[in-house]
Write a protein that binds this ligand. Structure first.
Ligand code: PLP
Length: 387
């Protein structure tokens, strides 16, 4: 049997052992956190303990963490004109989105299409702050949504600068930080974010649970996405996903504890992967390399390669990776991220993403490079992985 190496951590990270243990423990908790009896109170304690752990991960108050079914739902909850602050109860009149946001943001949430405006990125993959300032000047009560780090290129966005500009223009800023925790600093106060989205499964928790975090309790959502029993202080109705939330809390605590040592190890391995890639194919393009990137991500292409075919060829060699974004797996679409960076369509078609994680080893890097040597050779001869 071919040994496998998993290089798709930006799509999802394997469960951390601490999260698996917490999950197993929560199996035994029978109560509904809203019930007043002892069983209910025990379940409530588990949820509130997890809320503290998630809050600590991003430097927030536990009371400002609202659990959701994942990053997508947290993004949808955040993107609404109906956000009230203590000083301003009027609806937001504009949504400004960077051109490289995840599709769950690109849809604009609950904003009507004609209120949504794109902010371009520069060729290095960073949002254009001058263009953001210009767009802010044309709006009176804008909401900006800017991701902390891009899921395809790994490029880290200048969020703190963007937040200062947005606040200076009377705006609010939401940050999709799904790819950040455990890899780069992700403190809601230091980032200047008013709202922050995180997702458990990207940091070693289970899939299907996430959170929207607010910086201050002065921010309100009078029209939550899901109404009903008033759970999550009216922000998100429905009996809490106790097991998922407990494991999310445990994964958050473990990720916080392991950072930054875990991230530094990933960076060393990723850098050696890129050095090897360059030695085999000096003409390979590594996207976003001129900017600060996540320590675990490499998105690369060589002319003439077709990403879907390369992904299958890698898979046969025991390497799990993906072509650009994995969210719409099965549906191959050219990357809007690379297109926004001005990359030529020929290269966009060949972009392959390698993302590392806490269990990646040097042997994995060697296996990747051996597979790439083989595929690049076939490619240069015009064989199977050529477009
Ligand atoms: N935002 C970013 C940047 C992502 O990478 C993803 C998932 O790929 C999401 C949001 C969606 O998160 P979830 O899978 O928890 O819905």
């Amino acid at each position: 049997m071919v040994e496998r190496s998993y290089f798709d951590w930006n799509a999802t990270a394997p469960l951390r052992p601490q999260a698996a243990a917490a999950l197993a423990q929560a199996f035994g908790a029978p109560g509904n956190p809203s019930s007043v009896h002892a069983e209910g109170r025990a379940a409530r304690r588990l949820v509130e303990r997890a809320r503290e752990q998630v809050a600590a991960l991003v430097g927030a108050e536990p009371g400002n963490v609202f659990f959701t079914s994942g990053g997508t739902e947290a993004n949808m909850l955040a993107l609404t004109p109906a956000i009230e602050t203590a000083r301003d109860k009027r609806p937001r009149d504009r949504l400004l989105l960077s051109a490289i946001e995840h599709l769950s943001i690109r849809t604009g949430g609950r904003f009507p299409g004609d209120m949504v405006e794109d902010v371009p990125v520069k060729p290095d993959g960073c949002v254009d702050l001058d263009a953001l300032s210009g767009a802010l000047a044309r709006a009176s009560r804008p909401l900006v949504s800017l991701m902390l780090a891009n899921n395809e290129t790994g490029v880290v966005q200048p969020v703190a600068e963007a937040a200062a500009i947005a606040h200076g223009a009377g705006g609010l800023i939401h940050v999709d930080a799904v790819q950040g925790p455990g890899r780069i600093a992700c403190d809601i106060g230091a980032l200047g974010a008013d709202l922050l989205t995180i997702s458990a499964h990207k940091l070693g928790g289970p899939k299907g649970v996430g959170a929207l975090v607010r910086r201050a309790d002065a921010i309100h959502f009078p029209e939550p996405l899901i109404r009903g029993g008033g759970q999550e202080r009216g922000m998100r109705a429905g009996t809490e996903n106790v097991m998922g939330i407990v494991a999310f809390g445990a994964a958050s605590a473990a990720a916080r504890e392991a950072w930054p040592a875990e991230a530094e190890r990933m960076r060393m391995l990723r850098d050696s992967l890129e050095a090897g890639l360059r030695a085999i194919t000096p003409h390979a393009a590594i996207f976003g390399e001129a900017a600060e990137r996540l320590p675990n991500t490499t998105l690369f292409a060589v002319e003439g390669m077709k990403a879907e075919t390369a992904v299958i060829a890698f898979d046969l060699e025991g390497i799990a990776l993906s072509s650009g974004a994995a969210c719409s797996s099965g549906k191959v679409q050219p990357s809007h991220v690379l297109a926004a960076m001005g990359v030529s369509p020929a290269l966009v078609r060949g972009a392959v993403r390698v993302s590392l994680g806490r269990t990646t080893t040097e042997a994995d890097i060697e296996r990747f490079l051996a597979a790439w040597r083989k595929l690049a050779k076939a490619l240069s001869k015009g064989h199977s992985i050529a477009a």
